[in-house]
Design a protein around this ligand. Structure first.
Ligand code: HEM
Length: 461
């Protein structure tokens, strides 16, 4: 605590006051009617109490921060005072102790090993892996289109994201392991919320067999990661992969990473990377299918710039509307809809006192749906991100977080989103199957539910 105080940026406030918020517990008190709709709860808290609100969640004192000033304070101005904390602890059940769940030197050593794999020039060089993976998807979708069938695009977008991630980072095709991995991923992403501290935000009727099942699914994930590590140890892996870098990497004091630590890192990149990107891809294609004007404008831009050929990373600078569509999707449906921190020492956030050892929740979803910064927030409108318009406040829009813990995969995700969406929209028109209302479910990521059944039509051109 002393160390954090040394670097602590003190916000001078004469008399920091308590933030406004609901009386009692938001789970057991006046707002209990919202407990089954977490997203609405977050938006409603912001609407009623503003950009910093204070509440009890079960036994915990929690602040929700959504105003740009408050979010910037936590992520960028005073990050040393904010650690992963109790809500993140539940994630270790599934991610292990890796880059996402650790702090300080432990985190730094892990991030340093993976960082070079996310540098822009390296990612751009890997763009053909993305377009090649989409080509493989088209082999399937052409058949679906010819037969007039429908499919759930969520599964296929996860498949694309998994294929890209495995080939670019691990030098192996993770889709070879998909049959084993996917049921465990699906189960665990739900189970983690229940077994983690965030369970307080969910109903209490969850059956406890989830806990037992979790162990079984954890073993599947660990087993696959161990196989990939062992392949590399035996000299059969790519010399230019994150796995090799981790095997050769070390902590600050020179200690090599253990098998368990390497496994946690691989699980972290896999889980943090493929589910989020898969959701973002699905939401983007869904949004385009729902807005004919957006679709037509996107089709026109793609036709003009690409004239039917596959896009490259270099083309993206000439496709500004494509980027606007992706940005607006990440505003409306941020795959990471909330992330938590715990305070080390007392702090003052935007004039409000926040005690040491309490939790701060940062929900991109509520910030991105704040009408003060995003007029008519429920409307899907890529024009908000038109380069000619004033850019949104940096911390009114943060689908990838911010500060030193900003998403390591941001540039990969954005590259992938633009290339995949461009290729799909060039080739197909997707129509949502009738009677299939899609809603956003606040799981670990913001999942479209129950599924996104689409009819796939080949475009004439
Ligand atoms: C649209 C896709 C994605 C979204 C919306 C997203 C969102 C985020 C957010 C909001 C955070 C910050 C969490 C916090 O501060 O507590 C984060 C962190 C992280 N993301 Fe992503 N992410 C995406 C894709 C990826 C990809 C493709 C990878 C890797 C292949 C990845 C790996 C990570 C990791 C390892 C962290 C932890 C970084 C650290 O703490 O140093 N993400 N992501």
């Amino acid at each position: 605590m002393t160390e954090a105080r040394e670097d602590h940026v003190v916000t001078q406030q004469p008399t920091p006051k308590e933030a406004p918020g609901p009386q009692g517990s938001v789970l057991f008190g006046a707002l209990s009617e919202f407990k089954k709709d977490t997203l609405r709860l977050l938006v409603e808290l912001r609407r009623q109490y503003g950009g910093v609100s204070r509440m009890k969640m079960g036994p915990y004192l929690v602040h929700q921060v959504t105003s740009p000033e408050a979010v910037k304070h936590v992520l960028q101005d005073n990050p040393r005072n904010y650690v992963r904390g109790r809500f993140y602890r539940g994630f270790t059940l599934f991610f292990g102790r890796g880059m996402l769940t650790t702090d300080g030197p432990e985190w730094k050593a892990r991030r340093a090993v993976s960082q070079p794999f996310f540098h822009k020039p390296r990612l751009r060089a890997g763009a053909p892996v993305i377009t090649d993976t989409v080509g493989q998807l088209f082999d399937k979708w052409d058949g679906v289109a010819d037969r007039g069938e429908q499919l759930d695009i969520t599964d296929d977008m996860m498949w694309v994201a998994m294929g890209v991630l495995g080939r670019l980072l691990y030098g192996v095709d993770l889709r070879d392991y998909a049959e084993r991995l996917l049921p465990s991923v699906r189960f665990s992403l739900k189970a983690m919320i229940i077994t983690g501290e965030v369970k307080q935000m969910l109903p209490k009727w969850i059956p406890t067999r989830y806990q037992r099942e979790l162990k079984r699914h954890q073993a599947v994930l660990n087993g696959v990661m161990d196989e990939i590590i062992d392949l590399h140890r035996a000299g059969g892996g790519s010399p230019d992969s994150v796995v090799t870098a981790l095997l050769n990497g070390q902590h600050a004091e020179g200690r090599p990473f253990t098998q368990r630590e390497i496994r946690a890192e691989l699980k972290t990149l896999f889980l943090a990377g493929h589910e989020t990107t898969g959701c973002a891809l699905t939401w983007t294609l869904y949004a385009v299918s729902q807005h004919a004007d957006v679709r037509r404008r996107l089709e026109a831009e793609l036709a003009e710039v690409l004239d039917g050929r596959a896009p490259t990373a270099d083309d993206l600078a000439d496709l500004p509307y494509l980027r606007q569509v992706v940005d607006e999707t990440l505003r409306m449906y941020p795959p990471i809809w909330l992330f938590p921190r715990d305070t080390v020492a007392d702090d003052v956030i935007a004039g409000y006192h926040v005690p040491a050892g309490t939790t701060v929740l940062i929900p991109p979803y509520a910030a991105h749906h704040d009408p003060e910064h995003w007029p008519n927030p429920e409307a899907f409108d890529p024009e908000r991100f038109c380069p000619a318009r004033k850019a949104p406040d940096r911390y009114a829009y943060f689908p990838f977080g911010g500060g030193n813990r900003k998403c390591i995969g941001m540039d990969l995700a954005l590259l992938e989103l633009q290339l995949v969406v461009a290729m799909v929209v060039q080739r197909y028109r997707l129509d949502l199957a009738g009677g299939n209302p899609v809603r956003a479910a606040a799981l670990v990521s913001l999942r479209p539910q129950p599924q996104v059944m689409m009819a796939v039509h080949r475009r004439k051109s």
